[in-house]
Design a protein around this ligand. Structure first.
Ligand code: R5P
Length: 291
Protein backbone atom coordinates (compact mmCIF):
# COMPACT_ATOMS: atom_id res chain seq x y z
CA UNK A 1 0.00 0.00 0.00
CA UNK A 2 1.62 3.25 -1.16
CA UNK A 3 1.09 5.91 1.48
CA UNK A 4 0.94 9.62 0.69
CA UNK A 5 3.33 12.15 2.18
CA UNK A 6 2.54 15.85 1.96
CA UNK A 7 5.57 18.13 2.21
CA UNK A 8 4.55 21.25 4.10
CA UNK A 9 6.19 24.45 2.93
CA UNK A 10 8.36 24.79 6.08
CA UNK A 11 9.76 21.24 5.84
CA UNK A 12 10.23 20.60 2.11
CA UNK A 13 13.72 19.10 2.24
CA UNK A 14 13.15 16.97 5.33
CA UNK A 15 9.84 15.69 3.92
CA UNK A 16 11.57 14.67 0.68
CA UNK A 17 14.18 12.69 2.61
CA UNK A 18 11.55 10.95 4.78
CA UNK A 19 9.42 10.19 1.73
CA UNK A 20 12.34 8.44 -0.01
CA UNK A 21 13.00 6.35 3.09
CA UNK A 22 9.43 5.12 3.45
CA UNK A 23 8.82 4.97 -0.30
CA UNK A 24 5.77 7.25 -0.20
CA UNK A 25 3.85 9.15 -2.84
CA UNK A 26 5.37 12.61 -2.27
CA UNK A 27 2.90 15.46 -2.76
CA UNK A 28 4.34 18.97 -2.67
CA UNK A 29 2.45 22.01 -1.44
CA UNK A 30 2.74 25.62 -2.46
CA UNK A 31 1.97 28.70 -0.37
CA UNK A 32 1.13 32.11 -1.74
CA UNK A 33 0.79 34.93 0.79
CA UNK A 34 -1.51 37.78 -0.22
CA UNK A 35 -0.75 41.42 0.71
CA UNK A 36 -3.30 41.21 3.55
CA UNK A 37 -1.37 38.32 5.12
CA UNK A 38 -3.76 35.52 4.19
CA UNK A 39 -2.24 32.40 2.63
CA UNK A 40 -3.41 30.38 -0.32
CA UNK A 41 -2.19 26.80 0.02
CA UNK A 42 -2.22 24.49 -2.98
CA UNK A 43 -1.45 20.78 -3.16
CA UNK A 44 0.66 19.99 -6.22
CA UNK A 45 -0.43 16.39 -6.69
CA UNK A 46 -3.15 13.83 -6.03
CA UNK A 47 -3.73 11.96 -2.78
CA UNK A 48 -4.95 8.40 -2.75
CA UNK A 49 -7.40 7.00 -0.19
CA UNK A 50 -4.51 5.39 1.66
CA UNK A 51 -2.94 6.85 4.78
CA UNK A 52 -1.46 10.36 4.46
CA UNK A 53 1.47 11.74 6.43
CA UNK A 54 1.70 15.54 6.68
CA UNK A 55 5.26 16.72 7.41
CA UNK A 56 5.49 20.28 8.68
CA UNK A 57 7.54 21.85 11.47
CA UNK A 58 5.81 24.75 13.19
CA UNK A 59 8.60 27.29 13.56
CA UNK A 60 8.50 31.05 12.89
CA UNK A 61 6.29 32.44 11.49
CA UNK A 62 4.60 30.09 13.96
CA UNK A 63 1.00 31.20 13.52
CA UNK A 64 1.21 31.07 9.70
CA UNK A 65 2.89 27.67 9.73
CA UNK A 66 0.24 26.44 12.15
CA UNK A 67 -2.65 27.46 9.89
CA UNK A 68 -0.81 25.90 6.91
CA UNK A 69 -0.46 22.66 8.88
CA UNK A 70 -4.13 22.61 9.86
CA UNK A 71 -5.17 23.28 6.26
CA UNK A 72 -2.99 20.43 4.95
CA UNK A 73 -4.41 18.00 7.51
CA UNK A 74 -7.96 19.08 6.71
CA UNK A 75 -7.45 18.55 2.98
CA UNK A 76 -5.74 15.21 3.54
CA UNK A 77 -8.65 14.04 5.68
CA UNK A 78 -11.09 14.76 2.82
CA UNK A 79 -9.20 12.25 0.65
CA UNK A 80 -7.55 9.72 2.95
CA UNK A 81 -8.83 7.36 5.58
CA UNK A 82 -6.08 8.20 8.08
CA UNK A 83 -3.94 11.29 8.57
CA UNK A 84 -0.77 11.40 10.65
CA UNK A 85 0.90 14.72 11.44
CA UNK A 86 4.69 14.68 11.66
CA UNK A 87 5.69 18.00 13.18
CA UNK A 88 9.38 17.62 14.04
CA UNK A 89 9.47 21.02 15.76
CA UNK A 90 6.19 21.75 17.47
CA UNK A 91 5.80 25.47 18.13
CA UNK A 92 3.84 26.43 21.26
CA UNK A 93 5.12 23.31 23.06
CA UNK A 94 6.59 25.57 25.78
CA UNK A 95 3.13 27.02 26.48
CA UNK A 96 2.01 23.86 28.28
CA UNK A 97 1.34 25.34 31.73
CA UNK A 98 -0.36 28.42 33.16
CA UNK A 99 2.90 29.84 34.53
CA UNK A 100 1.40 33.22 35.45
CA UNK A 101 -2.28 33.73 36.27
CA UNK A 102 -4.38 34.28 33.15
CA UNK A 103 -1.90 32.73 30.69
CA UNK A 104 -3.59 30.49 28.17
CA UNK A 105 -2.24 26.95 27.80
CA UNK A 106 -1.91 27.11 24.01
CA UNK A 107 -0.90 23.46 23.80
CA UNK A 108 -4.45 22.61 24.86
CA UNK A 109 -5.79 24.64 21.91
CA UNK A 110 -3.38 22.90 19.52
CA UNK A 111 -4.59 19.52 20.78
CA UNK A 112 -8.17 20.47 19.97
CA UNK A 113 -7.23 21.87 16.56
CA UNK A 114 -5.20 18.85 15.36
CA UNK A 115 -8.00 16.50 16.31
CA UNK A 116 -10.68 18.82 14.97
CA UNK A 117 -9.24 18.99 11.45
CA UNK A 118 -8.81 15.23 11.25
CA UNK A 119 -5.38 14.07 12.44
CA UNK A 120 -5.44 10.74 14.25
CA UNK A 121 -1.79 10.74 15.38
CA UNK A 122 0.99 13.28 15.98
CA UNK A 123 4.71 12.50 15.81
CA UNK A 124 7.06 15.09 17.28
CA UNK A 125 10.83 15.23 17.89
CA UNK A 126 12.10 16.16 21.37
CA UNK A 127 9.02 17.96 22.58
CA UNK A 128 9.97 20.62 25.12
CA UNK A 129 8.30 18.70 27.93
CA UNK A 130 6.20 15.54 28.06
CA UNK A 131 3.47 17.63 29.73
CA UNK A 132 2.58 18.93 26.26
CA UNK A 133 1.76 15.43 24.99
CA UNK A 134 -1.16 15.04 27.37
CA UNK A 135 -3.03 17.83 25.56
CA UNK A 136 -2.89 16.02 22.23
CA UNK A 137 -6.15 14.15 22.53
CA UNK A 138 -5.09 11.71 19.82
CA UNK A 139 -2.26 9.15 19.68
CA UNK A 140 1.17 10.76 19.95
CA UNK A 141 4.79 9.74 19.75
CA UNK A 142 7.74 11.80 20.92
CA UNK A 143 11.01 10.68 19.36
CA UNK A 144 14.50 11.52 20.53
CA UNK A 145 17.14 13.15 18.36
CA UNK A 146 19.82 12.39 20.93
CA UNK A 147 21.16 9.19 19.23
CA UNK A 148 21.65 11.14 15.96
CA UNK A 149 23.33 14.05 17.75
CA UNK A 150 25.60 11.68 19.68
CA UNK A 151 26.64 9.92 16.47
CA UNK A 152 27.76 13.29 15.08
CA UNK A 153 29.65 14.27 18.22
CA UNK A 154 31.54 10.98 18.26
CA UNK A 155 33.35 12.22 15.14
CA UNK A 156 34.71 15.31 16.94
CA UNK A 157 37.93 15.02 18.94
CA UNK A 158 37.23 16.39 22.40
CA UNK A 159 39.34 16.87 25.49
CA UNK A 160 37.96 15.00 28.52
CA UNK A 161 34.36 15.90 27.56
CA UNK A 162 31.60 16.70 30.02
CA UNK A 163 27.92 16.91 29.08
CA UNK A 164 26.06 19.82 30.65
CA UNK A 165 22.35 20.63 30.74
CA UNK A 166 21.76 24.39 31.07
CA UNK A 167 18.84 23.70 33.42
CA UNK A 168 17.30 21.05 35.65
CA UNK A 169 14.41 20.54 33.18
CA UNK A 170 16.85 19.17 30.61
CA UNK A 171 18.50 16.71 32.98
CA UNK A 172 17.00 13.55 31.43
CA UNK A 173 18.01 14.67 27.95
CA UNK A 174 21.59 15.38 29.04
CA UNK A 175 21.74 12.06 30.88
CA UNK A 176 20.60 10.22 27.73
CA UNK A 177 23.27 12.05 25.72
CA UNK A 178 25.99 11.32 28.29
CA UNK A 179 25.04 7.61 28.55
CA UNK A 180 25.17 7.14 24.79
CA UNK A 181 28.26 9.31 24.39
CA UNK A 182 30.11 7.63 27.25
CA UNK A 183 30.83 10.56 29.52
CA UNK A 184 29.52 12.00 32.76
CA UNK A 185 27.07 14.89 32.98
CA UNK A 186 25.90 17.69 35.23
CA UNK A 187 22.83 19.97 35.17
CA UNK A 188 23.06 23.65 36.02
CA UNK A 189 20.41 25.50 37.99
CA UNK A 190 18.79 28.10 35.75
CA UNK A 191 16.22 30.64 36.79
CA UNK A 192 14.08 32.50 34.25
CA UNK A 193 12.09 35.57 35.19
CA UNK A 194 8.63 34.74 33.84
CA UNK A 195 7.84 38.43 33.25
CA UNK A 196 11.03 39.66 31.57
CA UNK A 197 12.35 36.33 30.22
CA UNK A 198 15.77 37.13 31.77
CA UNK A 199 17.89 34.09 32.60
CA UNK A 200 20.28 33.63 35.55
CA UNK A 201 22.45 30.66 36.52
CA UNK A 202 22.11 29.86 40.22
CA UNK A 203 24.60 26.95 40.50
CA UNK A 204 27.22 27.45 43.17
CA UNK A 205 30.83 26.33 42.66
CA UNK A 206 31.78 24.04 39.82
CA UNK A 207 35.21 22.44 39.93
CA UNK A 208 34.53 19.55 37.56
CA UNK A 209 34.52 21.68 34.39
CA UNK A 210 38.11 22.93 34.70
CA UNK A 211 40.12 22.26 31.51
CA UNK A 212 37.39 20.06 30.03
CA UNK A 213 35.55 20.43 26.72
CA UNK A 214 31.87 20.90 27.43
CA UNK A 215 28.86 19.81 25.37
CA UNK A 216 25.81 21.86 26.30
CA UNK A 217 22.73 19.79 25.46
CA UNK A 218 19.36 21.51 25.04
CA UNK A 219 16.10 20.83 23.22
CA UNK A 220 16.02 24.22 21.55
CA UNK A 221 17.69 27.58 21.16
CA UNK A 222 15.41 30.55 20.66
CA UNK A 223 16.94 33.88 21.76
CA UNK A 224 20.11 32.13 22.88
CA UNK A 225 19.75 33.53 26.42
CA UNK A 226 19.99 30.13 28.13
CA UNK A 227 23.07 29.02 26.18
CA UNK A 228 24.83 32.38 26.59
CA UNK A 229 24.34 32.49 30.37
CA UNK A 230 25.44 28.85 30.72
CA UNK A 231 28.54 29.45 28.54
CA UNK A 232 29.57 32.56 30.46
CA UNK A 233 29.19 30.62 33.70
CA UNK A 234 31.20 27.62 32.47
CA UNK A 235 33.95 29.84 31.06
CA UNK A 236 34.15 31.65 34.40
CA UNK A 237 34.80 28.25 35.93
CA UNK A 238 37.66 27.63 33.50
CA UNK A 239 36.23 25.04 31.14
CA UNK A 240 38.01 24.46 27.84
CA UNK A 241 35.89 24.70 24.64
CA UNK A 242 32.06 24.84 24.65
CA UNK A 243 30.05 22.96 22.00
CA UNK A 244 26.26 23.08 21.77
CA UNK A 245 24.13 20.10 20.79
CA UNK A 246 20.50 21.02 20.29
CA UNK A 247 17.57 19.51 18.45
CA UNK A 248 15.76 22.66 17.32
CA UNK A 249 17.88 25.71 16.41
CA UNK A 250 15.45 28.59 16.00
CA UNK A 251 18.27 31.11 16.56
CA UNK A 252 16.04 34.16 16.48
CA UNK A 253 17.44 37.49 15.27
CA UNK A 254 21.17 37.68 16.02
CA UNK A 255 21.19 34.79 18.52
CA UNK A 256 23.90 32.92 16.63
CA UNK A 257 26.26 35.90 16.68
CA UNK A 258 25.64 36.52 20.38
CA UNK A 259 26.20 32.85 21.23
CA UNK A 260 29.50 32.84 19.34
CA UNK A 261 30.50 36.05 21.09
CA UNK A 262 29.88 34.41 24.48
CA UNK A 263 32.57 31.85 23.65
CA UNK A 264 30.78 28.91 22.01
CA UNK A 265 33.05 27.09 19.54
CA UNK A 266 30.27 25.44 17.52
CA UNK A 267 26.50 24.93 17.51
CA UNK A 268 25.28 21.61 16.10
CA UNK A 269 21.57 21.04 15.55
CA UNK A 270 19.23 18.76 13.61
CA UNK A 271 17.27 19.51 10.46
CA UNK A 272 13.90 19.69 12.25
CA UNK A 273 14.48 23.36 11.44
CA UNK A 274 16.56 24.08 8.33
CA UNK A 275 19.60 26.30 8.80
CA UNK A 276 23.39 26.55 8.69
CA UNK A 277 23.86 24.74 12.03
CA UNK A 278 21.38 21.96 11.16
CA UNK A 279 23.94 19.38 10.06
CA UNK A 280 22.42 16.35 11.78
CA UNK A 281 19.85 14.61 9.59
CA UNK A 282 16.91 13.22 11.57
CA UNK A 283 14.99 11.76 8.59
CA UNK A 284 15.93 8.10 9.23
CA UNK A 285 14.78 8.31 12.84
CA UNK A 286 11.47 9.87 11.76
CA UNK A 287 11.03 7.31 8.97
CA UNK A 288 11.47 4.48 11.51
CA UNK A 289 8.87 6.07 13.80
CA UNK A 290 6.34 6.29 10.95
CA UNK A 291 6.65 2.63 9.96
C1 R5P B 1 13.93 25.95 28.31
O1 R5P B 1 13.59 25.35 29.30
C2 R5P B 1 14.37 25.29 27.05
O2 R5P B 1 14.83 24.00 27.26
C3 R5P B 1 15.42 26.11 26.34
O3 R5P B 1 16.57 26.16 27.14
C4 R5P B 1 14.92 27.51 26.09
O4 R5P B 1 13.61 27.49 25.65
C5 R5P B 1 15.78 28.20 25.08
O5 R5P B 1 15.32 29.51 24.90
P1 R5P B 1 16.33 30.72 24.79
O6 R5P B 1 17.29 30.38 23.73
O7 R5P B 1 15.45 31.90 24.44
O8 R5P B 1 16.96 30.88 26.13
Amino acid sequence: MLINLIAGDSSKELAKKISKKINANLVRSEVKVFPDGESKITLKGKLSKNKTIVVQSIFPPVDSNLIHTLSLISRAKECSKEVVLVTPYLGYARQDTEFLPGEIVTMKVLGQLFKGVGASKVIVVDIHSKIGLKYLKIKSKNISAIPDLVRYFKKIILKNPLVVSPDQGGKERAQEFADKFGSDFIALKKQRNRKTGRVQIKTEGLDEVRNRDVILVDDMISTGGSIIKATEFLKKHNCNRVFVACTHALLMNDAKKKIKRSGVTRIISTNTIPGKTSVVDISSTIAKAIK
